[in-house]
Design a protein around this ligand. Structure first.
Ligand code: SME
Length: 160
């Protein structure tokens, strides 16, 4: 496909995801390189929604290690069960955090991050990575984000 996203700014958020997901699928189908696919996915999500930070942490031994991302520099390593990302890994489920200050143990890579959603990528029942999306607005994520990002991360599992 052309390396340009079609993004209709008049759409609702759910509609934007419906427009974006097939384009990410087209962009990554046939590309075997994990880093390339994660990098373009992070860029596409940030471009479409102007999120504060979008990126991946990859499971390496007993830690999450920073992978491809878009946004300000971030924490490099997160322990199992720590922060929102490490908790999502430990629980193998999505965590939607409306106010990061209310999340016990939240890891503040930036004081500008106010709300967050973390979606694990499962391969053969094991978490292999997590997608972390941060907003500089409180309560910026809802069920539309969760449903679409979980669908996207199910597609992403095949890159691992
Ligand atoms: N806030 C995350 C850490 C990663 S940064 O937000 C990019 C956490 O609590 O796990």
């Amino acid at each position: 496909m052309a390396e340009e996203l079609i993004l209709d700014t008049t759409l609702t958020k759910a509609e934007k995801y419906r427009q974006l997901l097939p384009q990410i699928d087209a962009l990554t189908t046939g590309e075997p390189d994990l880093v390339a696919n994660l990098a373009n996915t992070a860029a596409a999500l940030r471009q479409a929604f102007d999120f504060f930070w979008v990126g991946f942490y990859l499971v390496k031994n007993d830690e999450l290690v920073l992978g491809p991302f878009q946004g300000p520099i971030a924490c490099t390593r997160i322990r199992h069960g720590k922060g929102v990302c490490g908790s999502s890994w430990a629980q193998a489920q999505t965590l939607l955090v409306p106010d990061v200050e209310q999340f016990p143990g939240h890891i503040a890579c930036s004081s500008e991050s106010k709300s967050e959603i973390v979606v694990p990528i499962l391969k053969d029942g094991q978490v292999v990575a997590v997608l972390d999306v941060d907003s500089d607005q409180l309560n910026d994520f809802d069920q539309d984000d969760q449903a679409a990002l979980e669908q996207l991360m199910q597609q992403a599992a095949r890159w691992f």
